[in-house]
Design a protein around this ligand. Structure first.
Ligand SMILES: NC(=O)c1ccc[n+]([C@@H]2O[C@H](COP(=O)([O-])OP(=O)(O)OC[C@H]3O[C@@H](n4cnc5c(N)ncnc54)[C@H](OP(=O)(O)O)[C@@H]3O)[C@@H](O)[C@H]2O)c1
Length: 312
């Protein structure tokens, strides 16, 4: 594909973290026609409604940025919704896109798709090679099914549907609701409350030693534009920042961004997850992408957005 200008692009999940970053980035492209539909207008778990929406809209490109997404707590509390809704949303959008003659589609996987004991950094050849992390298994299985859906339509019908696997994302549009939030949003909220209330310490789950990779969501949106232009393979492609930090370093950086100066206490009785989760992103880097936003700058922007949206 030469460029995305003058294309009709449907972004499913445009109100979410990823979807809103894609809207910010793609709305700058010349003559692009962005199609969106709020949940109240279109429930993506409803196959008939999705099919008729796509038949009417007839986009050139579909981006599946919708899903049931959350951290360890939400995955443990709602495994049924995590597997069911993600399966249905991906199946409805991928099958409906194929029926509506959509040639190009971008879906998102998650690093939870990789086996729990994966070699680090994780590369797509390791998918389906071992046991998944039990807490997020329903979500991971739905994501693996989404990958298989896309590649099967490519194989059987010559579609050009691709899957990107991002590392942990953060930035404007993140969910700060305690049950659903990921680690960065959860810690921003905790440190913000502690600063406002003048608390002398903040408790954080685990021991702070787990190593994770974080990517500012607008950098992901830039990678997505590049993938739609230049990535045509059924094999999923990792998108990670290559900036690895321990959860302890992350907590210090968030405390600094929020201006919290009290003590961080580690609650070692709580789960910390796998010791390391890092993606091998050499393939997307070879296409010419690299992240622009370092963690400290990104955290400041995420906190500024939080203050505008949530801290009235
Ligand atoms: N966040 C991460 O760290 C991360 C990392 C790796 C991969 N991903 C993947 O990236 C994709 C987007 O994640 P995200 O973090 O942007 O999620 P998010 O912020 O929770 O946004 C989800 C979006 O999906 C919409 N949605 C969910 N169920 C729907 C339904 N039944 N009908 C219509 N709309 C529905 C939501 O609409 P409402 O606004 O109405 O709720 C929202 O717009 C997901 O596939 C996720 O697995 C995310």
């Amino acid at each position: 594909m030469a460029d995305l200008n003058h294309r009709k692009v449907y972004i499913a999940g445009h109100t979410g973290l990823v979807g809103s970053a894609l809207v910010r980035r793609f709305s700058r492209l010349e003559g692009i026609e962005l199609v969106t539909a709020a949940r109240a207008e279109l429930d993506l778990t409803d196959g008939k409604a999705v099919e008729s929406f796509l038949q009417k809209a007839r986009p050139d490109i579909v981006i599946v940025a919708a899903g049931r997404v959350g951290g360890i707590l939400a995955n443990s509390l709602y495994p049924a919704e995590f597997v069911y809704e993600n399966l249905m949303i991906q199946a409805n959008l991928i099958h409906g896109s194929w029926k509506a003659g959509v040639g190009r589609l971008l879906n998102f996987g998650s690093s939870c798709m990789y086996p729990r004991e994966s070699r680090q950094p994780m590369s797509p050849d390791q998918l389906l090679s071992g046991q998944l992390e039990p807490t997020s298994e329903p979500y991971a299985i739905a994501k693996l099914a989404g990958l298989s859906l896309g590649s099967s339509y490519n194989r059987q019908y010559g579609a050009n549907y691709i899957t990107a696997i991002p590392c942990n994302l953060y930035g404007p549009g993140d969910a700060f609701e305690p049950t659903y939030s990921h680690v960065i949003a959860a810690l921003i909220l905790k440190f913000h409350k502690a600063r406002i209330e003048g608390a002398s310490s903040v408790e954080v789950w685990g021991d702070g030693r787990a190593r994770r990779e974080f990517l500012y969501v607008d950098d992901l949106a830039e990678a997505c534009e590049l993938l739609l232009l230049s990535y045509d393979r059924s094999e999923p492609i990792n998108i990670g920042s290559g900036q690895f930090s321990t959860v302890g370093e992350l907590a210090q950086a968030i405390a600094a961004a929020v201006g919290y100066e009290g003590e961080i206490r580690w609650d070692r009785s709580r789960p910390a997850g796998a010791p390391e989760k890092l993606l091998d992103s050499s393939a997307v880097k070879a296409l010419g992408w690299s992240p622009r936003t370092d963690l400290c700058a990104g955290l400041k922007q995420a906190y500024a957005w939080f203050l505008v949206k949530h801290a009235s």
